[in-house]
Design a protein around this ligand. Structure first.
Ligand code: NAP
Length: 338
């Protein structure tokens, strides 16, 4: 039974990775901040009971040096998934950059001290590839692929994206300073799909809950995202650990959708039950009222109304990912949240 460590295993993405690892018979060390929070662990413990794998829960914090030393002992693979995915934060350095960057450095320092570790799978994001949708036009591109790094985000503008690019670049630097362990990076687009439990701060779940509660009933911003199913992202993590030929970064995006297209699919499936938006809010209104809702004018100017596109060729050719149809992703997500 292969022993592996998962950080962020209580989260939306991490709980699916943990589930698939348990079902595949791994000995999973789940390291997180609240080992006694039964709400976040109950579903995974139940999955562990009916699968071939083992689950051990440890206390560890991204912000504490050496926190992962003990749980990592004897592990062959480390899945570093933990990182806050929040858009509205009070203090971007404290709430986003420090846990993402210092947390990644701390986890990888433990990896450097743990001889048994041969592979690290790091959950990055397409946010580490681009900052604003307008970047694609500014860089003269038709689509983003794995060679690009976000160069337009900062603590003041798109701090979540900034935290992800800083963390990923630091991870590559630490990886290249040694030869024992290899690293594969997963760069998902906006993740949708069913939840294993609902106790997560993930922006994916917040946004879908906002849509279902009718927050956008009077209109959605014209925002385009690369979208992907959480189960495809989790499968990619396991493949990254198991297939030694995989190297480098991997964009995980099924297709690009606007928020309006996404809510139209949801309305076709669940129309009568929720107040879905009927139109897109014009950009000039967004610019006028955005700051009242905590969205900066710079964000609106550089993102609303711009197309975005990604190449998912590497994930299909090298990993063999067959993407879940987006309609099933949305249907399964809303059913699970209901
Ligand atoms: P999530 O549900 O909020 O999960 C975040 C995880 O990070 C939780 O398990 C949380 O643990 C852990 N964490 C946060 N701060 C920590 C700290 N100081 N010490 C230890 N653990 C800490 O969010 P998610 O959507 O699953 O995101 C997981 C990863 O996927 C992140 O790296 C995110 O950037 C990446 N990602 C997500 C998306 C998306 O659309 N959801 C897209 C691309 C990439 P607690 O249980 O203790 O809070």
């Amino acid at each position: 039974m292969k022993k592996v460590l998962v950080t962020g295993g209580t989260g939306y993405v991490g709980s699916w990775v943990t589930r698939f690892l348990l079902e595949a018979g791994y000995d999973v060390q789940l390291a997180g901040r609240n080992p006694n929070n039964s709400k976040k662990h109950a579903a995974l413990k139940e999955i562990a009971q009916r699968s071939n794998g083992n689950l051990t829960v440890w206390e560890a914090d991204l912000l504490q040096e050496g926190s992962y030393d003990q749980p990592m002992k004897g592990c062959e693979v480390v899945f570093h998934i933990a990182s806050p995915f929040s858009i509205k934060v009070k203090d971007p350095k404290r709430d986003l950059l420090d846990p993402a960057l210092n947390g990644t450095n701390n986890v990888l320092q433990s990896v450097n001290k743990t001889d048994s570790v041969k592979r690290v799978v790091l959950t990055s994001s397409v946010a580490a590839i681009y900052g604003d949708n307008a970047d694609m036009r500014d860089q003269g591109l038709e689509q983003f692929d794995e060679q690009y790094y976000n160069s337009t985000s900062s603590l003041m503008h798109q701090p979540y994206s900034f935290s992800k690019v800083c963390a990923e670049q630091s991870a590559w630097k630490i990886n290249k300073e040694q030869k024992r362990w290899s690293m594969v990076v997963i760069n998902p687009g906006l993740v949708w799909g069913p939840v294993i439990h609902k106790h997560s701060q993930s922006e994916s779940i917040t946004l879908m809950n906002d849509i279902l509660r009718g927050k956008f009933a009077f209109g959605v911003p014209s925002l385009n995202f690369g979208c992907v199913d959480v189960r495809d992202v989790a499968r990619a993590h396991l493949l990254a650990a198991e297939n030694n030929t995989l190297q480098g970064r991997h964009i995980l995006v099924n297709e690009t959708l606007s928020m309006f297209q996404l809510t139209k699919i949801a309305a076709r499936l669940f129309g009568a039950r929720f107040k879905f938006p009927r139109s897109e809010t014009p950009k000039w209104i967004m610019i006028a009222i955005g700051p009242v809702f905590g969205v900066t004018r710079k964000f609106i100017r550089r993102n609303v109304g711009y197309p975005i596109a990604f190449s998912n060729e590497k994930s299909k050719k090298e990993m063999g990912i067959e993407y879940t149809p987006i309609v099933s992703t949305i249907e399964d997500m809303i059913n699970s949240l209901m």
